[in-house]
Design a protein around this ligand. Structure first.
Ligand code: FAD
Length: 330
């Protein structure tokens, strides 16, 4: 059976004409890049990956994206980004890249549904916060379970929250949460922290921060929102129920860069290295959003990086086309 999808097919899957700007990822970075490339009449193609709208679509409300004084639904914002890019001619394909060859131009991207040739590539495949993988975690994400204090801290004014983790992020974000929360309890599976000494001192000195050592969370309990956590002592094996209004998980963040290993320079955390112009180690390949940003990790910053990457890709194509024309002149 021939599997046909959006003008490509598995039997004849290499399009004749390279796509001018191919974008991997449909989160804020990818769709903002698509908008800018589309308005420059580059007819960009976006491969959505498995998460249409990206991580932002996983959250119920986003209150810190400018232009929405009352906040906006996470998936609604993704739909608006997509509509705006499509209005100017971006083509959004429900498809994922499975391998890439960046050794020569046009770049070659193989996907579940076919193959693409691309004159320029914008990688916006994002990152994934590491999950505990326990019952109730997915169901209550956005309803008390969070992976982002900047995004969700405000919802926990005068509430009790738990932070899971023992590294720099857990302590930094835990201390940040004390601006809002009545108490922040850090649950850590060991009896000492990995975080730096200065952060440890700040946390120990903060009267709102408490610690539960040698303990893991094994279940998130609650109907509509988080009501309590089931905790297990890693030494005695004893279990108990710990009432809380929320749980913030900071046990790591994994950039979605497996496809690019060995082809692009990555940093020690696996994030794609870029210069200030979003340029990767391969000319014509740009990276934007969380895939290249271990620091800010916000919708607005990712969208900004996406726009910048598209502007650079457009400049790159213009310059390279001019160069090619000049070389061809007698
Ligand atoms: C629960 C939650 C709540 C959040 N709340 C807020 C908030 O309130 N405010 C805020 O500013 N930020 C918030 N964030 C963070 C924000 O969502 C991210 O910073 C932002 O989405 C990053 O955008 P991005 O485009 O770089 O990557 P992502 O949003 O991670 O998108 C990555 C995209 O790449 C695609 N992809 C992955 N692999 C492939 C592949 N092989 N081929 C093609 N596509 C691929 C995925 O399907 C996805 O579409 C929240 C995050 C989470 C998890």
């Amino acid at each position: 059976m021939e599997f046909r999808f959006s003008g490509l097919s598995m039997e004849n899957s290499t399009p004749q004409e390279p796509v001018k700007v191919l974008i991997l990822g449909s989160g804020p970075a990818g769709l903002s890049a698509a908008l800018y490339a589309a308005r420059a009449e580059m007819n960009p193609v976006v491969l959505t990956g498995m998460e249409l709208g990206g991580q932002a679509a996983l959250t119920y409300t986003i209150e810190n994206y400018p232009g929405f004084p009352e906040g906006v639904g996470g998936s609604q914002l993704g739909e608006l980004f997509q509509k705006q890019a499509e209005r100017f001619g971006a083509r959004v394909e429900i498809d994922s890249a499975t391998s890439v060859d960046l050794s020569q131009r046009p770049f070659r991207v193989t996907s579940f549904n076919g193959q693409f040739l691309a004159d320029s590539l914008i990688i916006a495949t994002g990152a994934t916060p590491d999950h505990l993988l326990i019952p109730g975690e997915n169901e209550l994400t956005g309803r008390g379970v969070s992976y982002c204090a900047t995004c969700d801290g405000w919802f926990f004014k005068d509430k009790k929250v738990v932070v899971v983790g023992g590294g720099d992020s857990a302590l930094e974000e835990g201390i940040f949460l004390t601006r809002y929360a009545k108490s922040v309890t850090i649950v850590h599976r060991r009896d000492s922290l990995r975080a730096g000494q200065i952060l440890q001192k700040r946390a120990f000195d903060n009267e709102k921060v408490k610690f539960i050592w040698n303990t893991v969370v094994t279940e998130v309990l609650g109907k509509e929102t988080v009501e309590a956590l089931r905790l297990k002592d890693t030494v005695t094996g004893e279990e108990r129920i710990f009432p809380t209004d929320g749980m913030f998980i900071f046990i790591g963040h994994t950039p979605n860069t497996g496809l690019f290993k060995g082809q692009l320079e990555l940093d020690e955390g696996g994030y794609i290295k870029t210069d200030t112009l979003m340029q990767t180690s391969v000319p014509g390949v740009y990276a934007a959003g969380e895939v290249a940003d271990p620091i800010y990790r916000q919708v607005v910053t990712s969208a900004g990086m996406g726009a910048a990457a598209a502007m650079q890709a457009i400049r790159y194509l213009e310059e390279n086309t001019k160069e090619a024309e000049t070389t061809l002149e007698p």
